[in-house]
Write a protein that binds this ligand. Structure first.
Ligand SMILES: Nc1ncnc2c1ncn2[C@@H]1O[C@H](COP(=O)(O)OP(=O)(O)OP(=O)(O)O)[C@@H](O)[C@H]1O
Ligand SMILES: [Mg+2]
Length: 278
């Protein structure tokens, strides 16, 4: 059997998917600003003959590959859908229609209808925004440190809730919903806030924007499920909680896949192996 690998070269991270000697799927990622690490990895694995390539930085990876390998390019959204469909089967999910929200550096939103899909929306608010805003407000650039600290933070001293506006009155919508992310800062500017609280609030903003848009697109396309993927969700229970709570509140079903950052790489890998078999 020809040795193959799927590569999804994204704006921040380049993801690899391949099978080990036991036929198990192995997943790894490298920073996309150090693509040399990816090409070194490939040079160190001369048994790899076929490369399935996708993502916005696919062309850059292709240029860096010294040895000529057989490269199968696949459009990012096609690769993502293929990967997600495979992962859904692996996890025993039965549904066929869903919104897929890919929280990468930015966020891209798709409507999956069986084997077809459409890009139905997106926003520049994504994992890049989480790191970028966190870095600007606290000076912390490291993703792991950001999410670790964010999980201990509270948002209620920075975000303005609906009940904060409708003081003592009946609220027209749930009082605990955010009326204005960071809104209290414009009203009471004097307070100093712990770093953990600032980071939790940044995370809340990113999660709520992504979820609001996903819910609207789920309603427009009359689907119940919203699958959230992208490495931004990695080890990030606090962000998943923001997303899940709001999705459920709006009567939609949030789905998180294991290995949610790797759908594109898995799709690029399957694209070769399936073609080989047919
Ligand atoms: N080890 C890590 N290093 C950097 N960012 C990380 C790491 N782990 C998780 N992240 C988060 O994941 C985000 C990138 O997610 P992902 O890999 O899905 O995007 P991408 O594919 O690189 O970008 P895009 O699809 O928009 O081109 C980062 O912006 C950051 O918030
Ligand atoms: Mg991506």
């Amino acid at each position: 059997m020809t040795k193959a690998i799927g590569i999804d070269a994204g704006g921040t991270l380049t993801k690899l998917a391949y099978e080990n000697e036991f036929g198990e799927l192995v997943l790894e990622h490298f920073p996309s600003n150090h693509l040399q690490a990816v090409t070194d990895w490939i040079s160190n694995h001369p048994e790899i003959e076929e490369i399935g390539l996708t993502g916005g930085r696919a062309e850059q990876v292709k240029h860096l590959l010294k040895e000529v390998k057989s490269i199968h390019y696949i459009v990012e959204f096609e690769a993502t859908l293929k990967g997600v469909r495979y992962q859904l089967i692996q996890h025993g999910h039965q549904f066929d229609r869903s919104i897929i929200t890919n929280v990468g550096t930015g966020t891209s939103i798709h409507f999956m209808d069986g084997e077809t899909h459409n890009r139905v929306g997106g926003t520049g608010i994504g994992g890049g925004t989480l790191v970028g805003l966190a870095a600007l407000t606290t000076g912390i650039y490291d993703y792991h440190e950001i999410i670790k600290k964010a999980q201990y933070g509270e948002r209620q001293e920075i975000d303005l809730l609906v009940q904060d506006i409708y003081q003592g009155m009946d609220t027209p919508i749930a009082g605990t919903l955010t009326a204005s992310n960071f809104g209290k800062m414009g009203i009471d500017e004097t307070k100093n806030h712990p770093i953990e609280n600032i980071l939790a609030t940044v995370q809340g903003l990113v999660g709520e924007v992504i979820t609001t848009l996903s819910i609207q697109l789920a309603e427009q396309n009359q689907v119940e499920h919203i699958i959230y993927i992208g490495t931004t969700l990695n080890e990030n229970e606090a962000l998943k909680k923001v997303i899940a709570n709001y999705t459920i509140l709006k009567k939609k079903t949030p789905i998180f896949l294991e290995d949610h950052g790797f759908s594109g790489a898995i799709g690029a890998f399957l694209n070769i192996t399936v073609n080989q078999k047919s």
